[in-house]
Design a protein around this ligand. Sequence first.
Ligand code: ADP
Ligand code: K
Ligand code: MG
Length: 378
Amino acid sequence: MATTTMASSRLARVPVYMLRKTTGIMLDDYASRPQTPTTLRQMYELGMRTNYEKILLGAQFLHAELPIRLAHRVKELENLPYDLNNMPSVIKVRQLYENSFQDLVERKRPEDEEEEELFTDLLVRIRSRHDDVHKLMAKGVMELKTESGRGANDLKIHDFLDRFYRSRIGIRTLISHQADMRYSRKGYVGIINPVCKPEVIVRDAAQAVHSIAYRTYGDCPEVQLHGKTSLQFPYIEGHIFFCLFELLKNSIRATMETHGNNVHIPPVKVVIADGNEDVTLKISDEGGGIPRSEMENVWNYLFTTAEIPPEKLMEIEEKSRHGGVGCDPIAGFGYGLPLSRIHARYFSGDLNIVSMEGYGTDAYLHLSKLWNKAEDLP
Ligand code: ADP
Ligand code: K
Ligand code: MG
């Protein structure tokens, strides 16, 4: 495998039981240490006018911090209720976390440029190894639903999934910041774009959803932009893109399912507002809204009104494992809304949904401009 490191090939010669035992003891130790949250401001300051000392400092912080964050999650993955820890996909996730933990603790703390470069490259490999973890986790949850025969509201695993995904966002943000500092992109401060333009992100997300919609329905409503379209502010584009991609999929699906057979398909409207505290994006559709009795459920990771059949799920997994893009369904994983909300909350923003059953839905995505709020960590 391309990701085999010198360290892991050396370890391959260590008897397996020893490896497990030492890793196990280290895992317990790291899992008992507290995590250190950072703020967008700290990340910005570290990434501003980067020089070698700052990049090394970032690598050293991650060398200490990431094994702690990974160990916390491994412990939790081991102790999940309802046998969720024994679902094949969840076991795969735990193995990924254990392997990444091991790769990190085997590395000595980077002390010079060469070591830092090797370490940052390891981080990037770890990040791509974990690319599909949210889908794997969602699949594990579906496996549990099928196996236990229980419904979304019977399984009390919401808090676990929330902590798990919050932690995952944090880990990926820190790794990306480090990688982007090292291989600096023009005009960026690490992962932060100081002149992030919501308008551009809306257009990109709309384009990505359009192709899914055409594949699914053969048509797609127009996405219109209103409000302060010229706005630019410092933020992490990937986080906004994630939320808009999910919210636009929801709005476009609802619109097509309500108006797909009509001559006129009402547009999805996105309004951009710039306040003192928040930048807010409102995504409005005329897709018939959500019944009031379902409003609480929509935030549940297990709840979807578009259950994916198991054979379709296998196909999606197969394709994404081989790097296939654009094979994702428009809905059915159930994590769109809850996962978007924790992306927004990660730096003190929020996501709210207001529905008018019989007409449509408004989603309000608030992005905080108050920079000194720390990461929302489990
Ligand atoms: P998924 O889209 O995979 O089902 P989500 O968390 O994105 O998961 O949404 C959960 C459910 O909430 C959807 O299945 C749908 O029933 C409902 N929903 C979300 N957004 C809208 C919307 N804009 N209009 C109508 N229903 C919606
Ligand atoms: K959901
Ligand atoms: Mg969705």
